[in-house]
Design a protein around this ligand. Structure first.
Ligand code: 5GP
Length: 201
């Protein structure tokens, strides 16, 4: 199962996603590649794989991305190999990606994709959270807010929408979504054999 989570920057998507992955050993986080510069505190291979434009374009040419998109003038993309390996090993994969990437993956693999959108309770919350991070300049924050409006315009394409008014509540909702989707019969290929065994006892 591929859990695709999108939101405008500052709505809490990254904290919610990382906590869900930390709390579920069967769920793996997809680490994206990007051409944007690392922010203070970000580490190669933990938040992103940081690439030059040339490196990124070479990866595109080699067909190494499951999806990629341009966000705010930078490339962002999901390397295919680690995702396929995780899925083959029986793990679920969580993607913290924008609407363009979520749409591309959901189109390719509709049955395996679950899309969740995170909204802020009020618009001023986004600005406050972006400023509180103190990682970006005013200009960058303005651009991210503009981009947030574009991102929100795509909310109707998602299977679930969580308004992140309270982190614990929003996290509980996300956990319920994950759990309910995980126990759908189609996602548990062992079930028919299990039922056969049950009836054969
Ligand atoms: P940020 O620069 O704040 O880390 O990310 C900017 C936006 O790019 C966020 O909405 C984030 O979810 C999105 N993003 C991160 N990785 C990917 C990716 O691999 N593909 C796509 N399409 N979007 C991504």
């Amino acid at each position: 199962m591929m859990l695709l989570i999108s939101s405008p920057a500052g709505a809490g998507k990254t904290s919610l996603s990382r906590r869900l992955v930390a709390d579920h050993s069967e769920l793996r986080l997809s680490i994206s590649a990007t051409t944007r510069a690392p922010r203070p505190g970000e580490e190669e291979g933990r938040e992103y794989y940081f690439k030059t434009r040339d490196e990124f374009e070479a990866m595109i040419a080699r067909g190494e991305f499951l999806e990629y998109a341009t966000v705010n003038g930078n490339y962002y993309g999901t390397p295919k190999q680690p995702v396929l390996e995780a899925l083959e090993a029986g793990h679920d994969v969580l993607f913290d990606i924008d609407w363009q990437g979520a749409a591309q993956i959901a189109e390719k693999q509709p049955d395996d994709s679950v899309r969740v959108f995170i909204l802020p309770p009020v618009w001023s919350d986004l600005e406050r959270r972006l400023r509180a991070r103190a990682q970006d300049s005013d200009e960058v924050i303005e651009a991210r807010l503009r981009l947030g409006r574009e991102e929100i315009a795509h909310w109707t394409a998602y299977d679930y929408v969580i308004v992140n008014k309270n982190f614990d509540r929003a996290y509980a909702d996300l956990g319920h979504i994950y759990r309910a989707e995980r126990i759908k019969p189609g996602r548990n290929p062992w079930l028919p054999g299990f039922v056969d065994g049950l009836l054969g006892e």
